[in-house]
Design a protein around this ligand. Structure first.
Ligand SMILES: Nc1ncnc2c1ncn2[C@@H]1O[C@H](COP(=O)(O)OP(=O)(O)OP(=O)(O)O)[C@@H](O)[C@H]1O
Ligand SMILES: [Mg+2]
Length: 137
């Protein structure tokens, strides 16, 4: 598993974002402060989003114009019940020809499409400036 500085993670995310094609669902797991939003911002830049990408903690979902397709950024940390996803327009989001980036996907359990690409970030004990990145799917 690679161990990445913030700069290295951002560079990886930008390159990864340049290669992504919609429709695609990418999930980002990891503890508070693991770097999920940092990575989302880098992926969005690579995908051609020019608007500033913020943390959607209060809105739960933000939509951006990507270079080739819309981008939906969801942060499900505060989701209490997966049925609340329907109110967020979940059906439209997964059916849109879009890039969908989801922080805290475990909050939505079985609702994440099986073909989602799963990224997991983890702190490295004793090393505050690096993170481990695991890629699955
Ligand atoms: N190697 C690294 N990769 C990513 N972030 C790092 C790294 N080293 C330090 N950091 C810092 O860790 C913080 C990560 O914050 P970020 O908001 O991206 O995390 P998050 O996983 O989205 O948290 P939350 O669960 O609260 O949404 C930032 O302050 C960032 O500068
Ligand atoms: Mg975040």
């Amino acid at each position: 598993m690679p161990t990445l500085t913030r700069d290295a993670l951002v560079a990886w995310g930008e390159a990864f974002g340049r290669e992504l094609r919609a429709p695609r669902v990418v999930t980002l797991s990891g503890d508070l402060g693991a770097g999920k939003t940092t990575l989302v911002q880098a992926i969005c830049r690579g995908f051609g989003v020019s608007d500033p990408v913020t943390s959607p903690t209060f809105a739960l979902v933000h939509e951006y114009a990507g270079g080739a397709a819309p981008v939906y950024h969801l942060d499900l940390y505060r989701l209490r019940d997966w049925r609340d996803l329907l109110q967020l327009g979940w059906g439209d989001i997964v059916d849109a020809h879009a890039l969908v980036l989801i922080e805290w996907p475990d909050r939505a359990d079985g609702e994440i499409p099986a073909d989602a690409l799963r990224l997991t970030l983890a702190h490295v004990p004793g090393h505050d400036d690096v993170r481990e990145l695991a890629i699955d799917g």
